[in-house]
Design a protein around this ligand. Sequence first.
Ligand code: KG4
Ligand code: ZN
Length: 373
Amino acid sequence: MRILGIESSCDETAAAVVEETGDTARPWRTLSSVIASQVDIHREWGGVVPELASRQHLRDICGVIERALDEAGAGWEGIDAIAVTQGPGLVGSLLVGVSFAKSLALARGLPLVPVHHLAGHIESLCLHNGPLPLPAIVLVVSGGHTSLFHVPSEGCYALVGRTRDDAAGEAYDKVAKLLGLGYPGGPVIDRLARAGNDRAMSFPVARMTGDDRTKGPRRGVPGIDHEGARWRTDFSFSGVKTSVLRYVKRREGERLDGGMADASTPLFSAEEIADICASFQRAVVGALLDRTFEAAAWARARSIGIAGGVSANSRLREDAQARGAREGLPVFLPSLALSTDNAAMIAAAGLRQFRAGVRADLTLGADASLPLG
Ligand code: KG4
Ligand code: ZN
């Protein structure tokens, strides 16, 4: 069986063809994966502009799907179903993919499978590595999300932690913006941090020790008693971003006090920028891995997965593997191409949903805040 996946939740228009292999060790094979990135359009504005994103999806979607079919060597006869990201994401962007997928399903008489964007990120792990030893704890960390899922069995995702404010990728992007490093910030901070001293500055990350009173009862994993558990699995990244901002403001103040008000000379040397990037990154990666490994111990997980755009981060990858090796817990990551948004992961999650009997009809709507688990 072959499925066409369509992804348009944010600023990437993507289509991919994925097929089942019949091999339980590697259940899916990617035949094509095409991505039209809008990053050059949004860079000028320092972030994604929703209205520009949805208009660009409209321009790109036909060509992207045609290329995905071409590269897969599959005509429409070779496609058995269509999977599409239903949410969460930018509603205008999602609507382009959902409307297009519904039209294709109607015109070609194909079944339509709705996919949750984060389920796509989670299934990118199985697409790249084969099935993870279960139960697993999976961290999905991107520009829009930082969430921890307990995966007790295939296709079952229980939310056990999430950010209370900024996503980790969003913190990377905001810190890069305030240092004048451009957009998106994650890859540039990752690169510059390699030359820096990660202990040069102290940028603390808040640790959530109390229940979130604004969001109702705490989440838990069905069948696992978390009463008395001393750990908390929520994240918070707005504080670390603010502490970098305070550092920048303090240095600006020092420059003024020192009578060096010439704004044309850069505030920071290249070495200092590298130190800020490295120190910020150490704080964020440490917080991500601490919560993830604590959750894994608590859930007696047999593996850890890390997916989403920030899983492309070189330090997160290295530290996660090293810590996994120390603690005897295998850590799984997607390929770099599967870390950031793509449609192969949506097609893979769509195949899983299809086999579970999930179908949508033509009343399917985009849902900007679709929950998972
Ligand atoms: O998954 P994704 O492509 O889109 C969302 O669903 O949000 O993730 C994009 C995010 C951006 O915030 C970007 O800065 C971050 O992933 N990112 C990285 C790296 N590459 C991308 N963050 C840290 N290090 C990287 N190497
Ligand atoms: Zn994503």
